[in-house]
Design a protein around this ligand. Sequence first.
Ligand SMILES: [Zn+2]
Length: 502
Amino acid sequence: MQIRRYNTIPGMQYGTPKEIWGFRTKPRRGAPHVLAENFIGNNADLLGTARVRLRRVRQIESLGAHHVIFQQRMHGLPIQRAYLTVHMGKEGSIYLIKNRVVPRDFLAPAAEFAIDTSTARKRALNSVAARSKSVRIVASEQLWFPVRSILRPAYRVRIEKRKPRGDWVVFVDGETGRILRKFDNLSEAVFARIFDPNPVIALGSARRLLNNGKFLVPPNSAYVSVRLRALRNTGSLDGRRVSTSLTSRRVDLKRDDLKDGSNFASDNPRFEEVMTYFHIDRAIGYLESLGFRGTRAIFREPLEINANGTDEDNSWYSPHDRSITFGTGGVNDAEDAEIILHEFGHAIQDAICPGFGQSPEAAAMGEGFGDYFSASFFAEKKPRRYQTSIGTWDGVGMTQFDPPCVRRVDLKLTYESFDHGETADEHDNGQIWSATLWEVRRAVGRDVADRIILESHFQLDGFTTFARGARAIIDADRNLYRGRNAESLRRVFRRRGIGPVE
Ligand SMILES: [Zn+2]
């Protein structure tokens, strides 16, 4: 049962793989744990399990597989996170190993235990709360705690906290009493009520939101409950991708219950902050899922947001400090995720191509792209009638379109109607570009369209033109899809009077 061809995910510390996949051993009869133990023995060099102590702790049954879990120990104590799991089909063929075993060469305690359990527990309590009334120790145990590749003696102390509720795990160094690590399991999962993208879409129409031009309180069914992801545990909405740091009177995660419908509705000023956090975090996650991640990531730092920075009915992206400000005039802009993603579109362009939008055509492309990105992102969530409308909540009182909205991405405009006059509006001109991009999406599908349109920005500059933008999309298709869509793309651009694209 020694495996020969397989893929690995290398680990950082020990020179052994963290994961081995892309193989499948021959089916075998026998108890899963026996098969697993044999496999580990036969592949000890690869796994780094030679002369280490593994204790079988659990076996989990799923519909199609057995999962056998081992925990490594040293001198009678477990090593934190040092698990090895063996996954096999019901017929006994192993296909996946996950491995955090510390190999023999690294197995040496960095120090001896010098403080006792009660000292460690006190240290842990103090690190969570100054006064001990609201906290209670649930469990504590000794273990070895890897700090890089060094094994520190440590205590793991679990603490329950009331007001605000918390479920803390604290690791205390067994020699020095220092806190090695602590985290709150509860604060890592933050749930909130939001609009996705807005109450008009959630309710299917504006009927229950407006009465003779007066706004009604959105009913509970206009909200959905979501999890806020990638938070950094600062107690505020600061995440890996987004931070609402510029917002005044911010959400305090220790105090505010974001999913409490009775006091966390859209009339709470902090509601917009949660909206911007959730929607921009998810949108950047979407860019990552398209391949713009790691060294190709479009955003290298959290995008900064001011969720209620002006009482004007306006929002903007500032290339100066690379932040987005949302206004609270009319319907609060950040109550409508279709508007949030439009503004986010400007941030995308500026991140790829600094100073985007300095000529009238480039500025129109900026507005058109934001509308396209927003429409494309939400299209599959919306009733057909709303799919090509932007700002269906922000623009609920506007009458130039049916259904009411701020702008559309499917107008029958061509480049000929571009207004080159002094007073021309880039949002209006932008509807030529968004309609063109929307047609691209209809021709090649969401995934391909979003990818080549984003990719095209890497070869544009702040003074670009519709024709250059179109050629950049064709180039992106050549680079990503070997030009598979070139002909349909050219047809779209020709129809819109944009070119030359031959
Ligand atoms: Zn804009």
